[in-house]
Design a protein around this ligand. Sequence first.
Ligand SMILES: [Zn+2]
Length: 756
Amino acid sequence: MPKIKRRSISQRNAERAKRMRERRIDDEFRLSDIRRRANSLKIQRQTDEFKTEENKRRAEAHKIERENDEFKTEENKRRAEAHKIERENDEFKTEENKRRAEALKIARQNDEFKTEENKRRAEAHKIERENDEFKTEENKSRAEALKIARQNDEFRTQENDRRLNSLKIKREDEEYKQEERRRNASRMRLSRDKYENNFHLMKLNYESKIKEGPTHICSCCGGLWFEYSIKESTVEMLRNKGLPKEFIDTVCYLKNAIIKLCVTCRKDIMSNKVPNLCLSNGLAFYEIPDCLKILTELEERLTSPRIPFMVIRTLGFCKQFGLKGNLVNVPMNVDTNVSVLPRKFSDTHTIQLKLMRQMKNKNAFMYETIRPKVVHTAVRYLVEQELYKGEGIIISDDWLNEYSNERENFIIKDEDKEIGANEIMKESEFDDNDANWNESDDKPINPVATETLLNDEIEDQNDIGIKFAPAENNRPISILMDMKVDELTFPKIYCGKQRKIKENVKLTYAKIAKSELRMFDRRCGRISKLFFTYKKLQTRKFSDAISITLRKTKNTKNVTVAQMLNRDYVNGLIHNDDAFTFLRCDRSSPAFWELKKKELMAMNRQLGCATIFLTLSAAETKWSELIVILAKVLGNKVITLEEAENMSYEKTCDLIRKDPVTCVRYFEHRVKCLWEILSAPSGPFQGYELEDKYVRIEFQARGSPHVHALIWLKDAPKYDKNKPESIKKCIEFIDKLISVSSKPTQFSEELISLQR
Ligand SMILES: [Zn+2]
């Protein structure tokens, strides 16, 4: 029994201990449970608070978004409305689509812009973009189809009739008429504002416009024109305008399927008149035979019966990149005595200057050379031409004996021939210096002119201009009296043939010169020809102006022969500047600029002090657009902008030097495009209206143009040293427009590194 009892006690104890343990665990559990529950409650409470907060916030955001959405729809509706109005006009639509397509194309060329644009578009309106692209594509193709259809005249007239008729019916309704007027006005305003206030759009437009150059050939005058002066048509279209076939055949000298006509020619042709400068009037050039084509400028001189310019050539080192050094042309009296060609070297009116060798010139001392056989062959061709026969010119028999080598150094004085031998000895002395020669020293941005014209009259010219010095005992005559001087001076241009202008066609020399310089055949773009033409025109202008001035000026109304023979009277005219007024017509004279100065002073009085002084200069070698144009004009080669950028410096310079006229025309065009931006409200003057400007174009020593301009901005602050307020305003104004940055760009990196 006790055994059992003992067992039961221990059992009970064990049970109690177990219960105690369980309860303890239970208690711990309960406590932790309570804690846990409290915690979760706390969290839940926080979450709940957060939730309400969040809900509130979300509701707010939603509201804003909804408002935005409403606004968006509203805006879209508004925009769609405006667009619809614009679109209603068919012509505007085509125009707009074309412009948009152009702008898109340009923008796409910019890779950065493209990616950015794509990203932005993909994010927002993917579907819309597809629609838009589709629309543009569709519109483009539709515009294309319309353009083709319009070329058909019949279709065009029919279409116009149809449109006119429907308009006429509609216009009978007074309300419609007013509505239409309102619509037109608002459309015009909208498109103008949109363009002028969008600098980005204007920049794109500028970038596409500066790619244009005078590359379009007028079928009638053969001139090179910018696209905006050219209108295209076909023979059929001209015939439909009532022009006889024979007439069209005459005026359209260049036979192409598509007839391009410049504004001037078109105006004359439409009124059934043959334009003055029409090529069929005798202005077309002869084709240059091969034997003349290969002549150099110097070789041509040996074959010319007339030489109106004395040339000062540097006898020295051939500069890098084929630059021949400066060549100075001096106007001189033309001798008409030459009867045997080719000329002797000493008979070319050339002065050779011996120049000291410059350290930076790497090449050996060089002479210009001529090829006697080439010259002789050219002369043999020329003396067979009527023009040379008429002058009684014969070919020299012993010339080839005197110059018998394949190439002869062109040296006039015998003593100069020795330089060559001495030079070889000196060669080694200069080697060290040549190592330091820096390539960039010799790379001017504007390599245009290496020839200059010395415009001072030489001493024995008491009369004005160039005269002829004919055989003894004959009075010298003016350059203006010789009708063949152009042809006899430049055999390579005129091929030894005299230009035959049709009878009944009245052409002044100025007009002929204009035709020659604009001609698609660029043979007259040569600098020596430009100088000659300039000098001849100047002589003509002066001789005209003198007689007019003497008749018009107050003091010289009735001048008698006796007065003119009286030295005191003539000196009096000179003293009172009356004798110089005739120079006003010439831009290179002080009298001309005296007049311009007076005009500028008048502007200053009227408008007050100018606000900004601006200088823009040409960077021909950096303008790839110009190189593309020159390649087209000079070689009829189409190259890309990239190819132009990668062209070697020598080739670029060669193109630029070959055609100064096209370069200057392009510069003028580019400046014109720039003025468009400068005078727009969203332009760089930031809202200041361009009130007026005074522009002067100068030609730098190298012959490339630059612009000096004074600009008057409307409402610009005026400086007054007694008013601190005005000074503050001026500073703010200047800070707004003029800034400087040391952050390098691709153009300025080198410059900035040099300044540091
Ligand atoms: Zn024309």
